[in-house]
Design a protein around this ligand. Structure first.
Ligand code: FAD
Length: 473
């Protein structure tokens, strides 16, 4: 017998479980089908575990530098199994929290693999969802009025670089390492690769990053990428851009050897392990898309602005639709999708107001267009830039590298993009996001009195710098 629901969600990651909560607030009867664990990539293999490890790495480094603050400590010793234990405890605590939220919302959670079977004479559109169990238990059949696909993504690799879980790993295995290698090669200098490079370097691992593009962090503003490269190199991370990794040269023998073509030279790289971080691919396999009219482009599910697929009662959100593959994007897309299903007024998400963050040391954060993108779109720009070294609180913190860059439209004075690199910028970027949402100008930001001493003073100064009126620089 099939159980009826207003909404069945495939995938209980950040996108899926947040959508479920919002849907129950709107009065829907909801089920989540999750093949693994509630919380998905972000909680178990992404945001949270990586930030927990990054924090341990930061504490390790800061303790080494304590002397500069007048605090004398013995040489700190890293206990990596404790580092991992702390990370696992944080995940467990948050996992219990999500489970509790499902119980509180009376959301049925089916722990199995969900597949869309399509409509039949007994089940009108969008048709039946089957739940298949690993232990061979009989399948469950669910009959929803609406379906939300939130199946997320998994690590991508390059042809010839198949993950073996030991020497050649993705971020999934890297997060579970029992001990640290002496050396790590990282193929791919995007956000995930750079966070790992920074963290492993702080833990004392010898790190080399091989990036195919001319700059690391290819989607970031060029000044931010340049500053990040400079800071990481200063700390001893070996970064090579324009490196074309020759995957067919890989050798594994108690470690990894691989060649890369850099300019007109071929170079050989050796390390204990190789981490591939070349993007993520959407989980669209075996979920029954062939039983629907749903369309795919670039290996992701196509939707309209309200996340409806070609089948109007099947929606899709989060990593599985591509775009900004971020946890906060997945959850907000999910909220917009279920509100649309419920016939509520739905505001389209303006992706130009969404912040994205890099939790390396230094941190980086941005909202809106990069300088290059803005120029390509034909804007005439006025840019204000201000350095952390002129901000008192940054000196107090002992972290005064980096800057804030505010890009505005000369004609309208609108904010086009805000880019930051330096201490705690991942916590400060929201001011720029709010300014974008409210359509504020740089002048309005500069009229907001920022407390002194605070790191946020840099935003006021960068806003003044747009008109050349900065006070301390
Ligand atoms: P997911 O979280 O991937 O959830 C999808 C769920 O669907 C999974 O639990 C999966 O088991 C389940 N599933 C798949 N197929 C089926 C099926 N057929 N039946 C049942 N269940 C199924 N984002 C940030 O915003 N900030 C960060 O700091 C950040 N750091 C990251 C660090 C790393 C190392 C990685 C890998 C990612 C990071 N991300 C970060 C990205 C973030 O994790 C994702 O954008 C986010 O998890 C996407 O949410 P989602 O709900 O779309 O998918």
């Amino acid at each position: 017998m099939a159980t009826e629901y207003d909404l069945v969600i495939l995938g209980g990651g950040t996108g899926g479980y947040v959508s479920a909560i919002r849907a129950t607030q709107l009065g829907m009867k909801v089920a989540i089908v999750e093949k693994s664990e509630l919380g998905g990539t972000c909680l178990h293999r992404g945001c949270i575990p990586s930030k927990a490890l990054l924090r341990s790495a930061e504490v390790f480094q800061q303790t080494k530098k304590a002397d500069a603050f007048g605090v004398e400590v013995n040489e700190p010793v890293l206990n990596f199994s404790k580092v991992q234990q702390r990370k696992n405890e944080i995940i467990e605590q948050l996992h219990k929290g999500v489970q509790g939220l499902m119980k509180k919302g009376k959301i049925d959670v089916y722990q199995g693999f969900g597949r869309i079977l399509g409509p039949s004479i007994f089940s009108p559109m969008p048709g039946t969802i089957s739940v298949e169990y690993e232990n061979g238990n009989e399948n469950d059949m669910l009959l929803p009025k609406n379906v939300l696909i939130a199946t997320g993504s998994q690590p991508n690799t390059l042809p010839g670089l198949d993950f073996d879980g030991e020497y050649l790993i993705s971020s999934n295995e890297a997060l579970e390492m029992k001990d640290l290698p002496k050396s790590m090669l990282i193929v791919g200098g995007g956000v995930i690769g750079i966070e790992w490079a920074s963290m492993l370097n702080d833990f004392g691992v010898d790190v080399t990053v091989l990036e195919f593009q001319k700059q690391i962090l290819p989607t970031e503003d060029k000044d931010i990428a340049k500053e990040m490269e400079k800071q990481l190199k200063k700390r001893g991370v070996n970064i090579i851009t324009g490196a074309n990794v020759q995957t067919d040269t890989i050798e594994k023998n108690n470690g990894i050897v691989i060649e890369a073509v850099i300019g007109d030279k071929k170079e050989r790289f050796e390390a204990d392990r190789l981490l591939v971080s070349v993007g993520r691919k959407a989980n669209i396999q075996n979920i029954g898309l062939e039983n629907t009219e749903i369309q795919i482009s670039n290996h992701t599910i196509d939707t309209n602005a309200f996340y409806q697929t070609k089948e109007s009662d099947i929606y899709a959100i989060g990593d599985v639709i591509g775009g900004m593959q971020l946890a906060h994007v997945a959850s907000h897309e999910g909220i917009a999708a279920v509100e649309h299903m419920a016939g509520e007024y739905t505001q389209e998400i303006d992706y130009q107001t969404v912040s994205s963050c890099i939790y390396a040391s230094p941190e980086a954060a941005s909202v809106g267009l990069t300088e290059t993108q803005a120029k390509e779109e034909g804007y005439d720009l006025v840019i204000g830039k201000f350095p952390f070294k002129a901000v008192g609180k940054a000196l107090v913190y002992g972290e005064s590298d980096g800057f804030v860059k505010i890009i505005t439209d000369k004609k309208t004075q609108d904010l086009i993009g805000v880019h930051m690199i330096g201490p705690h910028v991942t916590d400060m970027i929201t001011e720029a996001g709010l300014a974008k949402v409210l359509d504020a100008t740089a002048w309005e930001i500069s009229q907001t009195i920022h407390p002194h001493p605070s790191l946020s003073e840099i935003i006021g100064e960068a806003a003044l710098a747009v008109d050349g009126l900065q006070i301390h620089g």
